[in-house]
Design a protein around this ligand. Structure first.
Ligand code: C2G
Length: 153
């Protein structure tokens, strides 16, 4: 009997924190199903991604430890997915601790430690600093500084 593990996520700007979690979850079973949040669903979460859904799903589907990547389009699909794929373990990162305990009625529920020091949110913040508007501000500031330096020459 296949030991199926299920998880969900946005996986924007896929990074080592996502990889660590998926590998740890796969180690709990022998078949890993990953629900990837659609762009529409993320909008309801107030989340906007850099990488569109189609690309995020393809990236996750091609991660070696992932057996099946499915769309996550609403919060309520989890119980149906657990039954559909015959899930024995549902798992998330620790930032979701306690949020899916109601699923314990259907399978094991685990929350695994997150990888510290890396997040899509912090990468997005960094990218925002490098956007056109900020670069122009930086350029103007540099011009002012070099004008001041020139006066001292
Ligand atoms: N994660 C992690 N370490 C990090 C960053 C993320 O272990 N440094 C884990 C999160 O805890 C989560 C998974 O990676 O379990 C995916 O994280 P996100 O892409 O941020 O997913 P999220 O937007 O939290 O979506 O229905 C549940 C939602 O779809 C979860």
């Amino acid at each position: 009997m296949k030991n199926v593990v299920l998880t969900y996520g946005t996986f924007d700007l896929f990074h080592v924190g996502h990889l660590n979690l998926l590998q740890r979850l796969k180690a709990l079973g022998d078949y890993l199903v990953v629900g990837v949040s659609t762009d529409e669903f993320n909008a309801t979460k107030g989340k906007q991604t850099i990488v569109p859904f189609e690309d995020r799903q393809r990236i996750v589907q091609n991660i070696k430890c992932v057996d099946l990547a499915i769309p996550e389009s609403h919060w309520e699909q989890k119980v149906g997915d657990i039954a559909k794929y015959g899930v024995s373990t549902f798992g998330m990162g620790a930032d979701w601790t306690g949020r899916f305990d109601e699923l314990k009625a259907h399978c094991n529920v685990v929350y695994l430690p997150r990888t510290e020091g890396i997040s899509s949110t912090s990468m997005k913040k960094l990218l925002r600093v490098l956007d056109k508007e900020h670069v122009n501000d930086l350029r103007q500031a540099l011009n002012v500084i070099s004008a001041i330096i020139d006066r001292f020459d």
